[in-house]
Design a protein. Structure first.
Length: 246
């Protein structure tokens, strides 16, 4: 997978660039299938986990106005990128593995190589770029609807929204925003590489393709969670000011 990552990045920057149509097609495909599950997941997750649970805890201390600041820690930094990665891996990652796995089983990838067509540049690179772009954009989408879930939780407890937005914007920073989007964009690259690798190395007929899809999703989740840990630790170490709760 590391070798495939290097080859994909090299093929991305090295001319020619014949993958424009495939890139647009993959981008629209993922967007079409992901936007509604993202909406439901982020609103429900924001309302349930950091919303009602945190509001229940904060109500013990009479500080429900602090819920907005908590959402910067919970939703912006962690939940929104992770929910985006889970939805994209489940929707687009499985489709990529199944598509490339079926082509591998039908020996289409071997035929492309015989014809002098590079499968990495023409098949992997457009999916790699499309998933990186779509996860970054969907992260902004997830942030908006995740915070909407927090607003619903605040309303459910009968609290005015002034305190929520005050602590939200007091704790929000540009670092939190670009860190969230950058992390989510990297998640898209991880998902694309893992799913492409498992698809291009599928074997054993249709059963092997199904097995490759299952393995791809599990490995993609493990890669996303491991990268999330490293990225978060690095971000907090290089920007200690975001650790201060205002």
């Amino acid at each position: 997978m590391i070798i495939l990552t290097g080859k994909t990045i090299t093929a991305t920057v090295r001319p020619p660039y014949p993958y424009g149509g495939e890139f647009v097609g993959q981008f629209l495909f993922v967007l079409q299938l992901s936007w509604f599950p993202m909406l439901i997941s982020t609103v429900a997750f924001g309302f349930g986990a950091p919303g009602l649970q945190a509001a229940n805890f904060l109500s013990l201390f009479g500080s429900l106005d602090r819920l907005g600041g908590f959402f910067i820690l919970a939703s912006v930094r962690e939940f929104a990128p992770l929910v985006t990665a889970v939805v994209v891996a489940g929707v687009a990652g499985t489709a990529i593995t199944a598509d490339l796995g079926a082509r591998k089983i039908r020996e289409e990838l071997d035929a492309l190589q015989v014809l002098g067509v590079d499968p990495i540049k023409n098949l992997v690179v457009p999916r790699f770029l499309a998933l990186m772009l779509i996860t970054g954009l969907l992260d902004v989408y997830a942030l908006l609807f995740g915070i909407t879930g927090g607003i619903f939780a605040e309303i459910a407890y009968g609290q005015p929204l002034g305190g929520f937005f005050a602590t939200l914007f007091n704790n929000a920073s540009v670092t939190d925003l670009w860190g969230s989007i950058l992390k989510c964009t990297a998640f898209g690259g991880i998902i694309a590489v893992v799913c492409s690798y498992k698809g291009m190395n599928a074997s054993g007929g249709p059963e092997g393709v199904g097995r490759a899809v299952n393995e791809a999703v599990v490995i993609a989740f493990l890669g996303v969670f491991a990268f999330n840990y490293v990225f978060t630790q690095t971000l907090l170490a290089t920007h200690p000011e975001i650790s201060v709760i205002k």
